[in-house]
Design a protein around this ligand. Structure first.
Ligand SMILES: NC(=O)c1ccc[n+]([C@@H]2O[C@H](COP(=O)([O-])OP(=O)(O)OC[C@H]3O[C@@H](n4cnc5c(N)ncnc54)[C@H](O)[C@@H]3O)[C@@H](O)[C@H]2O)c1
Length: 351
């Protein structure tokens, strides 16, 4: 017995590049039932990491495959170049289809390689982490890091499909599962009060064992992100909302490598909630509820480095435009706004 929405209606992102690339279909369902329907009948090369290769050999080894390293340190142009070389050795050409199977590191690298190898190959994802299913695999952003600066080089290119099979989350280490919950809570704070209240009621220890709950969570978050991406694929406006907590999170990741993306996002969200209260746009009561939910899911909210150091890193953030920054401020549970402000004003919000 699996879960209620074995294969549900795809969310179709009608992105702006539709006339060139077509649309991206996102499925929350079993890989085995969705993959044969969506995989084109052409040569497929899988890009994955060693954990997925070890845990899901039957899925990976039915195609030619390339294994990349783990973690942010592998999300680099060096890895990309290694993949290009391997693709050349395998004789991959423009008709080859790239299938990224893994979490956000694998899907970011796969998307970037696919967008650039021979000026672009078609590609799809099987997203295997909660963070990937609710966020990283959705929306067509594919970036790699340069000198520890996150996602400095990248493209906006939509995959042909994303398959999110919540059964694959059962093998995910608890810490990684929790990291995904940071992006789930982020999505709820941005746009879905109902989801937030649903999460407040979830029994934290056992929700992973309930596929129906996981399906609902993934499905809600995909819906939120797909709606935003449809309106603003290239992050000129409303898509900036998805960066809630991320300005500080990227600085935390830069300064403290032992902290993963989701953990940094949780800290960044707590910091920006505090700042929003100080700025007079968020009620202290809502801040407390958001922080309580993050704490309930096991997050530490205090960053391991002083705020002043993080703000120095923010000054180097790629999203900064000259002296201005687009701050994403929570204004309630289920609502946020983007405020363009000078860097000095942003800094002053952190006390
Ligand atoms: N492109 C975007 O829009 C976007 C959005 C959010 C985050 N991201 C990026 O995503 C990355 C983080 O992604 P992540 O949290 O998925 O990390 P990840 O890809 O490093 O995966 C986390 C760990 O879990 C392992 N793993 C993956 N699936 C597994 C499974 N089913 N069972 C057991 N182990 C499994 C991986 O091997 C890895 O060790 C960051 O680089 C972040 O910048 C991108």
């Amino acid at each position: 017995m699996y879960y209620i929405c074995s294969v549900v209606e795809p969310v179709v992102i009608m992105n702006k590049t539709i006339s060139i690339k077509g649309s991206c279909e996102i499925y929350v369902g079993r890989v085995e039932s969705v993959l044969p329907r969506v995989l084109p009948r052409r040569r497929v090369v899988v890009i994955t990491d060693a954990n997925i290769d070890r845990l899901y050999p039957d899925l990976v080894h039915r195609f030619d495959y390339i294994v990349i390293g783990h973690g942010e340190a592998s999300k680099t142009l060096m890895t990309v170049q290694r993949v290009y070389k391997r693709l050349i050795e395998l004789g991959a050409d423009r008709s080859t289809f790239l299938l990224g199977i893994g979490g956000g590191i694998v899907t970011d690298v796969t998307g970037f390689v696919a967008a650039t190898y021979m000026r672009g190959l078609d590609f799809g994802f099987i997203s295997t982490t909660l963070l990937g299913q609710v966020d990283a695999s959705v929306g067509g952003k594919n970036g790699v890091n340069v000198n520890d600066y996150k996602n400095m080089v990248g493209t906006f290119t939509q995959p042909c499909f994303v398959i999110s099979d919540v059964e694959m989350l059962r093998s995910l280490p608890k810490r990684e599962l929790r990291a995904g919950m940071a992006e789930v809570i982020k999505a709820a704070v941005i746009a879905d009060r109902e989801l937030f209240e649903y999460l407040e009621k979830q029994p934290v220890e056992t929700f992973i064992d309930n596929p129906e709950t996981m399906c609902n969570i993934v499905w809600s978050c995909v819906g939120i992100k797909a709606d935003i991406v449809e309106r603003d694929e290239r992050e000129g406006g409303v898509r900036r909302l998805l960066n809630l907590g991320h300005t500080m999170a990227h600085a935390i990741e830069k300064c403290a490598h032992e902290i993963n993306h989701g953990e940094a996002v949780a800290m960044g969200m707590a910091m920006i909630c505090d700042a929003a209260v100080r700025h007079g746009v968020l009620q202290a009561e809502d801040r407390d509820r958001i922080c309580a939910l993050l704490t309930r899911f096991g997050f530490t909210l205090l960053p391991p480095v002083p705020t002043a150091r993080l703000l120095r890193e923010v000054r180097k953030d790629k999203k900064r435009q000259q002296n201005d920054i687009h701050a994403v401020l929570p204004t309630g549970i289920g609502s946020c706004s983007v405020v363009k402000m000078p860097m000095e004003e942003f800094e002053s919000m952190f006390g």
